[in-house]
Structures are given as structure tokens and as C-alpha cells.
Design a protein around this ligand. Structure first.
Ligand code: SPM
Length: 288
């Protein structure tokens, strides 16, 4: 967790034990919202150059400037890798950004959405309406509760599961462990795909290799994709994917012109390219 005093002289400073020895700062113009929910400190800032920013416990979750990169990739890589996803589960991501992207898929018939902290949804609806725009979609069923417990109750139900978690510190830590992944596997249909927030190949090598090891043990296919996101530490974040059937590194379906025109990051080309990793990372994964 970041230091509670993360604001100084009009700058928001993010630092965390997960990337110790470095920090990231954004100049802010205004605190738009601040509350202590049952689970965490929820804050929204107006930044000088990056639009609005959502922070949880002092860790940047997104800025309006580049949120599309993370949300589009975490949603569309698994969804386009699946030949016909009808039933989708999204865990976490109360800001609604992932949900917005999932809703773009007409073939998806039901979207179960489980978020532990109602405050994140409420605050995002108020301050980040361009992200929190999918909650009224009739296909969406919202559950407020613990994603870990939710997953363990589900069996053989979903074509795609997306886990938009915060970092593996505190309560979020269980979402990076093998029992959770066993639950995800059991909740998937026989050809299902799971995609989870996979941290950074530069900054969190132990966490990343551990996720890769778990998915390799449990799934038929395992892969890791990289996304450029300037406002995450190191400017990058990854997606850890596991598949019980479909090929992950190529889209299985064509994207319509109508959907493609609405996106800013995802293309079929970047889908494939995001799996081509720098050599140090390739070796890291080869050795697991
Ligand atoms: N829908 C957006 C929510 C963002 N969830 C992931 C946030 C991760 C924040 N920490 C980034 C650290 C990257 N190594």
C-alpha cells in the first residue's frame, strides 16, 4: 500500500512495496472525491494532463489518458481468441472499463460481474461515466462480493473469465495464488479461456513467473501478453492467459468495422504482437 500522505505540493506520488525504490507522480489540479470505503481509500483526482485519475489505497488504477490500452487488451484478447463466447464473468474492475469493452461483443449473451467494493462502482458512475457505461446493459448481472468466493461456487459455466484485479498486496493477494486459478478453471466450460491482470515483466518477475507456472500446470495452453500503459509503473503491464482449448495468440473471430472504429489500441495485429516478448522475458517463461 502507498503511503497515506501521497499528495505533496499539488503532485500525487505513487509508491508501493511491489516496485520499491521507484515511484511515479502526476500533477493534480483538484481532489474530486475521497472516501474510505469498507475495503480501501477510494480517490478521484483531476490531473493536469492525464484527465481524471482513480486511485485505490494510493495506487493508480487508471487515468482517462491511457485507460483504453489496458481495458481493451484485457477484454478483447481473450474474447477474440474464443471462437464464440456467450457467457462471460468479470471479476473486479469496478470502474466498469472492462465491462464497457465486453459489452461491445454482440455474441456475448450474459455477463456476470463481481466486484467486492460497491464504492468503486458508485464513484466511477459519478466521476468516470465514459468507463462506467456498461452497467445498464441488460446482459449484465452485478454481484457485490468477494470474487474469490464467487468463483469457487461456479462450475462449468463461463466461456471467458476476466480478472481485473488490483495488485497482490493485502486482500488482493489470494487472486494471484493457485487455489484461485483452480477455481477459475473449474468455473470455465471445457473450451474456456481465462485472462488475468499480470503485472509487469520488468518489475514483478517473481509474481509474473509464478502466475505463468500456475497457468502452465492447470491449462492446456498458457501465454503472457504485454501492454504499454504509461501511467502504470514502468509503463507496462501484462495479461496472464490460460486456455482449455482455443489458440490464444491469434484472434479466432474477425472484428467488425463498427467495433474496430470505436477502439484505440486493440487490433488483430496487436493481438498477435502483444505475445512477442523481449528476450529476457521469453527466457524467463521458457524456464518455468
Ligand atoms: N479497470 C482498471 C482497473 C485496473 N486494475 C489493475 C490496476 C493495477 C494497478 N497497479 C499496476 C501495477 C503494474 N505493475
Amino acid at each position: 500500500m502507498a503511503d497515506a500522505n501521497h499528495i505533496k505540493d499539488g503532485w500525487f506520488f505513487e509508491s508501493c512495496s511491489l516496485w520499491s525504490g521507484m515511484g511515479f507522480a502526476l500533477e493534480i489540479e483538484k481532489v474530486l472525491h475521497r472516501e474510505k470505503s469498507r475495503f480501501q481509500q477510494v480517490e478521484v483526482f483531476q490531473t493536469k494532463n492525464y484527465g481524471k485519475m482513480l486511485a485505490l489505497d494510493g495506487i493508480i488504477q487508471l487515468t482517462e489518458f491511457d485507460e483504453f490500452a489496458y481495458q481493451e487488451m484485457l477484454a478483447h484478447v481473450p474474447l477474440f481468441a474464443h471462437p464464440f463466447p456467450e457467457s462471460v464473468l468479470v471479476i473486479g474492475g469496478g470502474d466498469g472499463g472492462i465491462l464497457r469493452e465486453v459489452c461491445r461483443h454482440d455474441c456475448v449473451k450474459t455477463i456476470d460481474f463481481c466486484e467486492i467494493d460497491e464504492a468503486v462502482i458508485r464513484v466511477s458512475k459519478q466521476f468516470l461515466p465514459t468507463l462506467a457505461c456498461g452497467f445498464d446493459d441488460p446482459r449484465v448481472n452485478v454481484f457485490i462480493g468477494d470474487g474469490y468466493a464467487y468463483v469457487l461456487e461456479k462450475k462449468n459455466q463461463y466461456d471467458v473469465i476476466i480478472v481485473d484485479s488490483s495488485d497482490p498486496v493485502g486482500p488482493g493477494e489470494v487472486l494471484f495464488k493457485k487455489p484461485f486459478y483452480e477455481g477459475l478453471k473449474a468455473a470455465l466450460k471445457p473450451d474456456g479461456i481465462v485472462a488475468t491482470q499480470g503485472e509487469s515483466i520488468f518489475l514483478h518477475q517473481e509474481c509474473v513467473t509464478n502466475l505463468a507456472r500456475i497457468t502452465k500446470q492447470l491449462f492446456v495452453q498458457q501465454a503472457y501478453a504485454c501492454i504499454m500503459v504509461p501511467t502504470y509503473p514502468g509503463g507496462n503491464i501484462g495479461i496472464c492467459l490460460g486456455s482449455l482449448g482455443p489458440e490464444l495468440k491469434q484472434p479466432a473471430r474477425k472484428i467488425s468495422d463498427r467495433v474496430q472504429k470505436k477502439l484505440q489500441y486493440y487490433t488483430p495485429q496487436i493481438h498477435a504482437a502483444s505475445f512477442v516478448l523481449p528476450d529476457f522475458a521469453r527466457r524467463m517463461f521458457d524456464n518455468i
